[in-house]
Design a binder for this molecule. Structure first.
Ligand SMILES: Nc1ncnc2c1ncn2[C@@H]1O[C@H](COP(=O)(O)OP(=O)(O)OP(=O)(O)O)[C@@H](O)[C@H]1O
Ligand SMILES: [Mg+2]
Length: 603
C-alpha cells in the first residue's frame, strides 16, 4: 500500500469530523460568495438610483436572485430617503455573513486541529507500543536516536499537516462553489478562467514531488542529529576524558550543516511556489477581466454583474495558493509518514510462535539441545548441548566475545535460536507463553539497568504486586538496606536517570534486590566486569549468594571466586563448549580453563 493511502486510512476513523469540517467550509465559501454578490449588486443598485429621479416609479434592487432556483430578496426604493433602507439592509446582511462565517471558521479550525491531535496521539502510542514489543534484534538494527526522532519529530510533522488541513478543506470546497456560481453567471468567462487550471495543477504536483524527496533527506538528518546527541549525552564522561570535544563538535556541526543545506533547498522550493501560482492565476484573472470589459462595452453584461464576477474569480484563485502550500506540507508529512510506517511495521515478538502454554512455576531444569544462533549470518553460538538440574549453579567462562551473553539471551528468548531447542522442565521454550517464560527468569545484567524513579519503585519493578515489607526484606538480603536508609528520603529517594545518583556497587545491589524480590526459579547473572572496590565486591558477592540459594543459576563469571563453587563450569570458546566440569576437574584437564585461571592469578 502506498504511503499516502495508508495515511488516508489513519484518517478514516475521523471521517465524521472531516465531513463536518467540509460542511463548515461550504458555509464559509457561500458567505464569501455572498460578500462578492452584495458588493457587485450594490454597485448596480447605486447606478440605478443615481440615474433615476423616481419619476418612472420605484427602483427594485434584487439580491440573491437566481432564475428558477432562488427568488432572493427585493428591496423597493421609492424616493431618495429610502436609500437608508438599502444601506441598513447591506450593513445587516454583511454583519450576518461575518458572524456566520466566523462561527463556522472556528468550528472548521477546531475540528481539524482535534483530528490532528487525536491522530498524532494515537500514532505515537502505536509507535511506542511497537517499539516496546519489537524483538530486540529488530531494535538493535536501528539507531536509538533515529527511532526517537521518528517518534517525536516525524510525528510532529504529521500533526502539522493534519492541523493545516482546515484551511485546505476550506480552499478545496471554495473552488467548486465559486466555479459553480461563476458558471451560473457566464459559461464563457468561466471556461476562460479555468484554462490556467491544468498548468497550476502540474506546477503544484511537480514542486510537491521535489519537496517530498528533500523532506526525506531532512528527516533522515534529523535522525542523525538525534542519534549523535543521544551518544554524546550518554558518553559525555568518555568524550571529556579523551578530550574529544573538538572531534564531536566537528562531527555534529557537519551533520547539522548538512541539514541546513537540505532545509534551504526546501525553503527555496516552498518560497518559489506561491509567486508562481499567483503569476499564473493573475494571467487567468486578467484574461477574464479583459473579456469581461469587452462584454460590458458591448452591453452584454451589467457593470454590477461584472464586478461580482471578477470578485468571484479573484476569490477562486486565492485558495489555489493555499492548496499549493498545503501540498508542500503534505509532501513533507508523507516523507515523515514513510519513516513512521517503517517503525509501525516492526513485528511483534510474541507473535512469532504459537506460545499458548501457561506455566505456574517451574522447577528450574534447563536443557540446551544442539543450539546454534547468529545475529547476522555468522553463527556466534554453535551446537551447544548441556543440562542443568534444578538448583544447580552453572558457570560460563571463556574469552571475551566467546558468546556467553548471547547464549543466555537465547534462554529468555530475546533472540530466537536458528536451530536446536531449549527446554525448561522438559518443555521447549517456544511452546511457553513469552510472559510466562520470562516470569521464570531473573536477570542481573552486565550493566545494571535502573529507572528514573524511587528506590522502592525500582525494587518492586519486576514484582509490582509485592508489599513494601517484602521489598525491604529483599533489600536487606541484597545488602542494600543500609545505604538506602542513609539516603535523605530512604526508599522514596529518586535515583536519577539510569540510577546515576548511586555508586556502581549500590546500583548492582539494587538490581540484585530487584531480582531477589521477583524470586524466580531461574537466575541469570552476567557478572559485571567493572571493578568494584573490595568492600563493595564482598557486599555484592554476599548478596549474590543470597540470591542464588535454591535457584538454577547461570553465571557468566569473570572472577574466579564465583567459579570455584559452581556445580558445573562450561568453557566457551568461539561459540562452542570446549570443556565442561567442576573447577577441580577442569584444572586437571590442563586445557583452556587452566590457561584462563593462570592468567587471572597472574593478573
Ligand atoms: N547485537 C549484536 N549484533 C551482532 N553481533 C553481536 C551482537 N551482540 C554480540 N555480537 C557478537 O557476538 C559475539 C559474542 O558476543 P557476546 O556478547 O555473547 O560475548 P561474551 O562472551 O558475552 O563476551 P564478554 O565476555 O565480553 O561479555 C561477539 O563476536 C559479538 O561481536
Ligand atoms: Mg557478555
Amino acid at each position: 500500500m502506498s504511503t499516502s493511502s495508508r495515511f488516508a486510512r489513519y484518517l478514516s476513523p475521523h471521517l465524521g469530523s472531516v465531513v463536518l469540517a467540509v460542511i463548515c467550509a461550504l458555509v464559509i465559501s457561500l458567505c464569501e460568495a455572498g460578500y462578492a454578490h452584495i458588493f457587485g449588486y450594490t454597485v448596480d443598485a447605486l447606478t440605478q438610483i443615481v440615474a433615476q429621479d423616481f419619476d418612472d416609479g420605484p427602483v427594485h434592487v434584487q439580491y440573491f436572485h437566481f432564475e428558477r432556483v432562488l427568488d432572493g430578496i427585493t428591496i423597493t426604493i421609492t424616493d431618495a430617503s429610502d436609500t437608508f433602507k438599502l444601506i441598513g439592509w447591506i450593513l445587516a446582511s454583511i454583519l450576518t455573513l461575518v458572524v456566520v462565517k466566523g462561527g463556522f471558521t472556528y468550528c472548521n479550525d477546531y475540528l481539524m486541529a482535534r483530528v490532528g491531535y487525536q491522530l498524532v496521539t494515537g500514532i505515537r502510542n502505536e509507535l511506542y507500543e511497537r517499539i516496546l514489543f519489537a524483538p530486540l534484534g529488530v531494535l538493535k538494527a536501528n539507531r536509538t536516536g533515529d527511532l526517537m526522532a521518528r517518534v517525536t519529530d516525524d510525528v510532529r510533522t504529521l500533526q502539522y499537516a493534519v492541523g493545516s488541513t482546515a484551511n485546505t478543506i476550506r480552499a478545496a470546497v471554495c473552488i467548486p462553489v465559486f466555479v459553480l456560481v461563476m458558471l451560473s453567471q457566464s459559461v464563457k468567462m468561466t471556461a476562460l478562467a479555468l484554462l490556467v487550471f491544468p498548468l497550476l495543477g502540474h506546477l503544484i504536483n511537480r514542486f510537491g514531488r521535489r519537496i517530498r524527496s528533500t523532506s526525506s533527506e531532512i528527516q533522515q538528518q534529523t535522525g542523525d542529529i538525534s542519534s549523535q546527541l543521544k551518544e554524546t549525552l550518554f558518553g559525555l564522561k568518555i568524550i571529556k576524558s579523551f578530550t574529544a570535544e573538538e572531534v564531536e563538535r566537528t562531527r555534529f556541526f557537519k551533520t547539522n550543516q548538512g541539514q541546513y543545506h537540505a532545509a534551504m533547498r526546501r525553503v527555496r522550493l516552498t518560497a518559489m511556489l506561491p509567486p508562481l501560482v499567483e503569476f499564473i492565476s493573475a494571467i487567468g484573472v486578467a484574461t477574464v477581466f479583459g473579456f469581461g470589459c469587452w462584454q460590458v462595452t458591448q452591453g452584454r453584461l451589467e457593470i454590477g454583474g461584472f464586478i461580482w464576477y471578477i470578485g468571484l474569480a479573484s476569490l477562486m484563485f486565492k485558495p489555489i495558493k493555499t492548496i499549493g502550500l498545503f501540498n508542500n506540507i503534505l509532501q513533507q508529512s508523507l516523507a515523515s509518514a514513510a519513516r513512521i510506517f517503517y517503525v509501525l511495521d516492526f513485528e511483534k515478538e510474541a507473535y512469532k510462535h504459537k506460545s499458548r502454554l501457561k506455566l505456574g512455576s517451574v522447577r528450574g531444569e534447563v536443557e540446551f539441545r544442539d543450539v546454534s544462533f547468529g545475529y547476522e549470518r555468522e553463527p556466534v553460538v554453535k551446537h551447544i548441548n548441556f543440562h542443568a538440574q534444578p538448583g544447580e549453579v552453572i558457570a560460563l567462562v571463556g574469552r571475551s566475545g566467546g558468546g556467553k551473553t548471547t547464549l543466555l539471551n537465547l534462554l529468555s528468548r530475546f533472540y530466537e535460536v536458528d536451530s536446536g531447542e531449549i527446554l525448561i522442565d522438559g518443555i521447549p521454550t517456544p511452546e511457553i507463553a513469552l510472559e510466562d517464560l520470562r516470569r521464570q527468569i531473573a536477570i542481573v545484567p552486565q550493566d545494571t539497568v535502573l529507572f528514573d524513579a524511587t528506590v522502592m519503585e525500582n525494587i518492586i519493578y519486576g514484582a509490582p504486586a509485592s508489599t513494601q515489607e517484602a521489598a525491604i526484606e529483599a533489600a536487606k538480603r541484597a545488602n542494600a538496606h543500609d545505604f538506602i536508609t542513609q539516603m535523605p528520603n530512604g526508599y522514596q529517594t529518586q535515583i536519577g536517570e539510569s540510577g546515576t545518583k548511586l555508586s556502581t556497587g549500590q546500583q548492582q545491589r539494587l538490581s540484585i534486590a530487584r531480582a531477589i524480590l521477583k524470586g524466580p526459579p531461574i537466575l541469570v547473572l552476567d557478572e559485571a566486569t567493572s571493578a568494584l572496590d573490595s568492600q563493595s565486591e564482598v557486599l555484592v558477592q554476599a548478596s549474590l549468594e543470597n540470591l542464588m540459594k535454591g535457584r538454577t543459576t547461570f553465571v557468566i563469571a569473570h572472577r574466579l571466586s564465583t567459579v570455584v563453587h559452581a556445580d558445573k563450569i562450561l568453557v566457551l570458546n568461539d561459540g562452542q563448549i570446549v570443556e565442561s566440569g567442576t573447577h577441580q576437574e577442569l584444572l586437571k584437564n590442563g586445557g583452556l580453563y587452566q590457561k584462563l585461571c593462570q592468567m587471572q592469578f597472574r593478573g
